[in-house]
Write a protein that binds this ligand. Structure first.
Ligand code: MET
Ligand SMILES: [Zn+2]
Length: 334
C-alpha cells in the first residue's frame, strides 16, 4: 500500500458513496441486498458510477459487494454457485470500469509515451468490499455494533469465510473491510485472513458516532491495534462517520499504528434506520467537507475519500484540494 500511495503522489484518493450514488441515479435499493441488488438489476449503472468516480480523480474504487453475501443471495432463492458468481461479478464490474477509464485516457492522448506517463500518475486499485454482519442483517446494526451474546467470534468467522475466500480470488487488488462496528468483528476478520492464508492485502475501516469509540462503544485504539497486528492489513481507518469526528480518530489511530491511515467519511447527514432514509440538512456541503481535507492529511491520513451521500463532485473537490496542497508544499520546499 505504501508503494501504491507513493506512485499516486504521496496520497491516494478513495471513491465516494456507491449505494447512495446508485440511488441518486434512480436505483431503488430498499432491499436486504441494498446496493448488491444492482448486480442483478443494473450492472451497467454500477459500472457507470465507478467510472464517474475514476473521472473525478479516485485511485481506489470499491466494489458493490458491501451487502452482497452468500446468505443474503440464498434468502433470495439463488444457489451457492450463483451467489459466488455475483460476488465475482461485483469485482469484474469495477475492473471493467478501470479498463474503460484507461482506454479513454489512451484515446485522449495521441503520444504513447505521454499516455504511459498519465497512467503512472493515476494508478487505480480495485477494492473488494466486505460489509459487516450487521450490514447483512439490514436492520441498521452496523451503526450500533450490538449483535447480542448469541453472536460469537466463530459465528462471525463462519459467516464471512466463504465470501472472503471468493473475493480474494476475484482479481481485486485488496479486500476493503468496511464499516466495522465492533472489536469482535475486527478480530474475526484478522483471524480469517490468517487462517485462510488470504493472499491479497486488506484494509480495516471502522465507523464511529462519537469521535472516540467505534459505534459499539469499543475503543478505537483497541480496534486499530487488532488491525495493526494482522500482517495482511495494509491500512486502517474510518468510514461512514461524520466529518467532524474524523480528526480526533486519526490521532487516536496514529498512536497505535504506523500503517497508512484511510478515511472516507459520510456527508455528515444522519441515517434514520427505521425509516430507511437519510435526514437532510444535518450534513456538510462539498466545500465544507473539503475544508477538512488538508487537516486530515496533516494529521496523518494518506488515503482520503467519501462514503454515503458523497458524490463524484465531492471526490473531485477532495482530489483538487489534495493536489493543490501537495503542489504548494513542493513549491515551498524548493
Ligand atoms: C454503509 S457504508 C457503505 C459503503 C459502500 N462502499 C458504499 O459506498 O456503498
Ligand atoms: Zn457509508
Amino acid at each position: 500500500m505504501t508503494d501504491f500511495i507513493g506512485k499516486c503522489g504521496g496520497y491516494a484518493v478513495i471513491d465516494g458513496g456507491l449505494a447512495t450514488e446508485l440511488e441518486r441515479h434512480g436505483a431503488n435499493l430498499n432491499d436486504p441486498l441494498w446496493s448488491a441488488k444492482c448486480l442483478v438489476t443494473s450492472p451497467q449503472l454500477i459500472r457507470r458510477v465507478h467510472l464517474d468516480y475514476l473521472e473525478a480523480g479516485a485511485n481506489i474504487i470499491i466494489s458493490s459487494s458491501y451487502q452482497a453475501t452468500l446468505q443474503g443471495f440464498e434468502a433470495k432463492g439463488l444457489s451457492r454457485v450463483e451467489g459466488e458468481a455475483l460476488l465475482r461479478k461485483s469485482v469484474e464490474i469495477a475492473c471493467e470500469a478501470r479498463e474503460i477509464y484507461y482506454s479513454r485516457d489512451a484515446k485522449v492522448s495521441s503520444a504513447v509515451i505521454e499516455n504511459r506517463e498519465n497512467l503512472k500518475q493515476h494508478p487505480v486499485f480495485v477494492g473488494a468490499s466486505v460489509g459487516s454482519y450487521g450490514a447483512y442483517l439490514a436492520d441498521g446494526s452496523e451503526y450500533s455494533g450490538i449483535y447480542g451474546d448469541a453472536v460469537t467470534l466463530e459465528t462471525l468467522k463462519d459467516f464471512h469465510r466463504r465470501r472472503v475466500q471468493v473475493l480474494a480470488e476475484s482479481g481485486a487488488d485488496l479486500i476493503a473491510f468496511e464499516t466495522i462496528p465492533n472489536k469482535l468483528e475486527a478480530k474475526a476478520y484478522a483471524e480469517l485472513l490468517q487462517e485462510e492464508d488470504i493472499k491479497i492485502p486488506a484494509w480495516f475501516s471502522f465507523n464511529s458516532k462519537d469521535g472516540t469509540n467505534v459505534v459499539s462503544g469499543d475503543s478505537i485504539s483497541e480496534c486499530a491495534s487488532i488491525a495493526d497486528s494482522c500482517k495482511q492489513v495494509v491500512a486502517v481507518g474510518i468510514n461512514c462517520t461524520p466529518p467532524r469526528f474524523i480528526h480526533g480518530l486519526i490521532q487516536a489511530i496514529r498512536e497505535v499504528t504506523a500503517k497508512p491511515i484511510l478515511i472516507y467519511p459520510n456527508s455528515g447527514e444522519t441515517y434514520d434506520a427505521d425509516r430507511k432514509e437519510w435526514v437532510q440538512s444535518t450534513g456538510v456541503v462539498d466545500e465544507d467537507f473539503v475544508s477538512y481535507v488538508g487537516k486530515w492529511y496533516e494529521a496523518g491520513a494518506s488515503l482520503i475519500g467519501g462514503c454515503c451521500r458523497t458524490t463524484p463532485n465531492t471526490i473531485r473537490a477532495i482530489s483538487k484540494a489534495l493536489s493543490s496542497r501537495s503542489s504548494s508544499v513542493t513549491t515551498l520546499e524548493f
